[in-house]
Design a protein around this ligand. Structure first.
Ligand code: FEO
Length: 392
């Protein structure tokens, strides 16, 4: 796509990946994505902020051929969807330098073999004048790797935030025009890559409080020309209390676990608690991650396979442990044929979660009245715990 003007001498110059449906061979992209690079022309120097994913580089370099000079390539983040085309830009502009944090320099040498002589490192808070346009670099670690930083364009009060505040959406609209849609995509993105680093991200948000930010230009998705709501959303996601919500990922083989899930769902709802359930045989794992942002309780439902949890239940549990949601309670329900160690195995897979484990309910074969009674008690215990903690 051609470069598009944002403000005077400030342009979007990225690539829209309309058809991509998976990121990192893991994360579903139901709406595609974009890799947003930005061009800022000062009276003396020109800077390119980030690049695009290498598979998009061929067409993108053609757009770049209309740019007469680039003095600096600011690399906010070494992951290749933003940095991967830097070598091509350096080849095209032999005088250009890559502006990075010292940590990013090391990563870019490791990942892209960029020669050491092509870098300029900047400290936290350092500025770079392009002539009438001043870039201030702000370290914001773990959004989403340890080296990440953002750029604040002082004269225009624009924050170029890379992954921070980003959303995976492919669209022809440069600016946010449907906040509801972007909220969901941004939340999904936060859940998938930033949720594990909540406390550090909270510090980054605090750090940004000192800046008058009138626009946020991320490196995925649309530009926020009214950025207050996305910053408020991030504050809620990182620091807000869990909601009065149970997330219930499950899988069933012959129907017994499904019967238990159906019964428990109704019992939880009957106790005034919301439920989001995900049949792991068919679910979009990104939606599960998104629900985990708010969940106060997670209940995993699984049949017993080869003496342990079904692999899909193990996968979801592994993922939940890696994403470190703020859930406070956990339980396990399911069925078995003759024995097994399902509960022990699953409970041992969540060392990162600071959860209280509520009494699991496992039944032999199809659930009996006694098993349904145990599920009713579990639903009651969940509701009581949520009430005691004031989750709403
Ligand atoms: Fe969009 Fe962490 O890269």
């Amino acid at each position: 796509m051609k470069k598009r003007k944002i403000r005077e001498k400030i342009f979007w110059l990225g690539a829209v990946d309309w058809d991509r449906r998976l990121f990192d061979s893991l994360i579903p992209l139901p709406d595609g994505t974009s890799y947003n690079a930005y061009l800022i022309e000062g009276t003396e120097k020109t800077a390119l902020l980030d690049t695009v994913d290498p598979p998009m580089a061929e067409n993108w370099m053609a757009e770049l051929s209309e740019v007469p000079k680039i003095d600096f390539i600011v690399s906010h983040h070494a992951e290749q969807d933003h940095s991967g085309s830097i070598p091509r830009v350096l080849e095209r502009f032999p005088e250009a330098k890559v502006v990075v944090s010292p940590k990013a320099k090391g990563l870019l040498i490791d990942h892209l073999r960029i020669p050491e002589t092509r870098f300029v490192t900047v400290e936290d808070g350092e500025t770079l004048s392009l002539g009438g346009k001043t870039l201030q670099f702000i370290y914001t670690p773990w959004v989403h790797w340890p080296e990440t930083m953002v750029t604040y364009l002082e004269e225009e009060k624009i924050l170029f935030s890379c992954d921070f505040f980003g959303s995976h959406i492919a669209t022809s609209d440069l600016f946010v025009n449907d906040p509801g849609r972007v909220y969901e995509a941004a939340k999904r993105y936060f859940a998938e890559i930033m949720m594990p680093f909540r406390s550090i991200i909270e510090k980054n948000i605090q750090k940004l409080k000192g800046y008058d930010i009138q626009m946020i230009a991320p490196s995925h998705g649309q530009i926020y020309d009214q950025p207050a709501w996305i910053m408020d959303a991030y504050r809620d996601w990182v620091a807000g209390d869990p909601h009065n919500l149970v997330v219930l990922p499950f899988v069933s083989m012959h129907g017994s676990t499904m019967q238990m899930v159906d019964h428990l769902t109704a019992a939880i709802v009957g106790n005034g608690v919301r439920v989001e359930r995900f049949n792991l045989a068919v679910t979009d794992i990104g939606k599960l991650a998104m629900a985990l942002v708010d969940a106060a309780t997670v209940v995993v439902g699984t049949p017993t396979v080869l003496a342990g949890p079904h692999p899909l239940a193990a996968y979801a549990t592994f993922l939940a442990n890696a994403l470190r949601p703020k859930a406070k309670f956990l339980s396990i329900i399911g069925s078995y044929g003759w024995g097994g160690k399902t509960v022990e195995i699953l409970a041992g897979m969540v060392p990162n979660l600071k959860v209280e484990v509520l009494a699991p309910v496992l039944c032999k074969g199809v659930p009996s009245e006694a098993d349904f009674g145990a599920l009713d008690r579990l639903a009651g215990a969940i509701a009581q715990k949520h009430k005691e903690n004031g989750f709403t």
